[in-house]
Every structure is written in structure tokens, then in C-alpha cells.
Design a protein around this ligand. Structure first.
Ligand code: PBG
Length: 337
């Protein structure tokens, strides 16, 4: 070939392995894709508040609302119609219903209990997961009972057991303790079994970190701690081996599903947990992760549909079977295209 030839074939390297062959067309890429995100993997967290016919956007979580029960039911129906299998419920409790021991949490006619019953009546097939922790009900804004600035473990577990039982009475499918007290999974399992609720499951927030990514959620529920932080019960972000210990304990105590929270900054933890258990592993794509992507997308700095699917897929690739995400409906719509 002449030295002036415009053909590039002469430059061909002698390469037997060309990974790009498997990326050449969309069909080939689809064929060799290792990870699929399905609508079935998604759990939709929802905020319910008292009142009627109102929805209020959470300022730090654009497109995410607190709903009164009537409008929440509408939202649950839409989620079910999109094929989302489960919702996770969080209540906004009026300030005058809060006290130092969270007694409102086991009121048989409390907001969560009424909401569970209503959902089970209107959308019976959707899986209902209810949060077990004191913070929405606590005048101190902590996940446990506070005495002299200390979060009491065993006294808190007593209340968590009452809360879980009252949610089971109302018809919840899974209780989800998010409090990080020691021994609560076992205590709740024993109490549920003793009361005959052997079929009510436990989704354990097993490795829950003391994370700055929960800020927008605390705005949504007005549940920020009134003093100090949550570092004496939630885990140190620096620790991964400790996550395995927490998961092992929760499994011994009777957890059905174990969870890592937050998700995006803890993909290595999800991966490690996936290696240590054959139980389903859930990841919580938390409020701050949602807020960060939303803010960037709103500014035109990130392409929202692409970055949302990439982010959720990365959690599955790390080993999560289930993902709690405020993007659930949005992702379900994208996946249906
Ligand atoms: C508290 C609870 C928190 C979240 C779920 N349950 C916040 C906290 O621990 O302070 C956070 C969820 C989110 O940020 O999306 N029991």
C-alpha cells in the first residue's frame, strides 16, 4: 500500500481479543448484559400525613410528597399499576402526638395503623412494609428512649415490640426495624410468633450507617434529633466488617431480609453482605442520594433518566436484590418504555 493511502486496514493490530465486539450493537449489548433492573426489584417509600386531600412536596426532595391518606391510596394504586410490588410507609406525626417514649407508635388507631388497614382494603396485593423506630414519634427526635442524653437500648426494644405488634394487628406484611438497637430483631420475632403472627416478616435495617445522606428525610418527617447525633446506635461509615457482624446477628435473630443503608456510598458493603448470606439483600437509596441527583438534574448538570437507571443498576450489580427508592415510580415508567 502506498504511504499516502487513506485506508486504515493496514493499521489493524493482530488482536484475538476485542471486547468491543460485544458492544457493537444495542442487540448484542442487551444479549451480554450481566445485570437487569426490574420493576419487581423496587420498593417505593411513601410519607403519610394527617388530613384530607392534600399533598405537600418535600422541599429538599423535588417530586416527592407527603400525602394525606386519601391521596396516598391513589399513589399506591398507581405504583401497583406500574408493577411495583411493595411500598414502605413512614408517618408524619403531629408535634403534639410526640412524647419521650413514643406511645403514639402503638396506638391501634394511629396514622400508620389506619393507613395499613386502608391499603390492605383498597390495594390488597401490594406488599406493605412498615417502619419500626421511635424517631417519628419521639419528642427527642431519636430512634430510642433518651435518659440523661443516653439512648436506652432495652427499654427502647420494649416499645419497638409494641409498635411491631400493633402494625401486625393492622395487617402489615413486613415490619422493618430501622432503629439499630441491639437485640430488637429477636425480641420482635419472639413477640410476633407468640401473638400468632408467624407469617409477618422482618426486613431488618441491619447495616444502617450514621449518614449525612438522611437529611432530606428528616425534613420530610420533621424528625431531626433535637440534640446530638445518632452515632451511638447507627454505624460508623468507616466500618465494613462490623456490617457483617450486624447482619449475622440479625439473621440469627430471625431476619427474613437484610438491608444496607444508605446504598450509593456503601456499594462495597452491599457486595460483602451478598457474599455472606443467601437471604435477600435490600439496599436503601436514601433521601440524600435522591436529592443530590434531583438537584443536579434540575440544573441540567446530569441527564436524569440515564443517571437514575445507572445508579439503581449499580446497586443491583453490587448484589442488592431489592432497592428502596424514591425514584421507584419514575424508574418503573422508564423500564416500561
Ligand atoms: C429513622 C429512619 C431514617 C431513614 C429511614 N428511617 C433517618 C434516620 O435514621 O435519621 C432515612 C431514609 C432516607 O434518608 O431516605 N428510623
Amino acid at each position: 500500500m502506498s504511504p499516502n493511502s487513506t485506508s486504515y486496514t493496514s493499521a489493524a493490530l493482530s488482536l484475538p481479543n476485542r471486547p468491543r465486539r460485544l458492544r457493537r450493537t444495542a442487540a448484542i449489548r442487551r444479549m451480554v448484559s450481566e445485570t437487569q433492573l426490574h420493576v419487581e426489584d423496587l420498593i417505593y417509600p411513601l410519607f403519610v400525613m394527617e388530613g384530607e386531600n392534600r399533598k405537600v412536596e418535600v422541599p429538599s426532595m423535588p417530586d416527592c410528597f407527603r400525602y394525606t391518606l386519601d391521596l396516598l391510596l391513589h399513589e399506591v394504586k398507581e405504583a401497583a399499576a406500574l408493577g411495583i410490588p411493595a411500598i414502605a410507609l413512614f408517618p408524619v406525626i403531629p408535634e403534639d402526638f410526640k412524647d419521650s417514649t413514643g406511645t403514639e407508635s402503638y396506638n391501634p388507631d394511629g396514622l400508620v395503623q389506619r393507613t395499613i388497614r386502608a391499603i390492605k382494603e383498597v390495594v390488597p396485593d401490594i406488599v406493605v412494609i412498615t417502619d419500626v423506630a421511635l424517631d417519628p414519634y419521639s419528642s427527642d427526635g431519636h430512634d430510642g428512649i433518651v435518659e440523661d442524653g443516653v439512648i436506652l437500648n432495652d427499654e427502647t426494644v420494649d416499645v419497638l415490640v409494641k409498635m411491631a405488634l400493633s402494625q401486625a394487628d393492622a395487617g402489615t406484611d413486613f415490619v422493618a426495624p430501622s432503629d439499630m438497637m441491639d437485640g430488637r430483631i429477636g425480641a420482635i420475632r419472639d413477640a410476633l410468633d407468640e401473638a400468632g403472627y408467624t407469617d409477618v416478616g422482618i426486613l431488618a435495617y441491619s447495616a444502617k450507617y450514621a449518614s449525612a445522606y438522611y437529611g432530606p428525610f428528616r425534613d420530610a418527617l420533621d424528625s431531626a434529633p433535637k440534640f446530638g447525633d445518632k452515632k451511638t446506635y447507627q454505624m460508623d461509615p468507616a466500618n465494613a466488617r462490623e456490617a457483617i457482624l450486624e447482619v449475622d446477628l440479625d439473621i440469627d435473630e430471625g431476619a427474613d431480609i437484610v438491608m444496607v443503608k444508605p446504598a450509593l456510598a456503601y456499594l462495597d458493603v452491599i457486595y460483602r453482605i451478598r457474599e455472606t448470606t443467601d437471604l435477600p439483600v435490600a439496599a436503601y437509596n436514601v433521601s440524600g442520594e435522591y436529592a443530590a441527583l434531583k438537584a443536579a438534574a434540575r440544573n441540567g448538570w446530569l441527564d436524569e433518566p440515564t443517571v437514575v437507571l445507572e445508579t439503581l443498576t449499580s446497586m443491583k450489580r453490587a448484589g442488592a436484590d431489592l432497592i428502596l427508592t424514591y425514584f421507584a415510580k419514575y424508574a418503573a415508567q422508564l423500564l416500561a418504555r
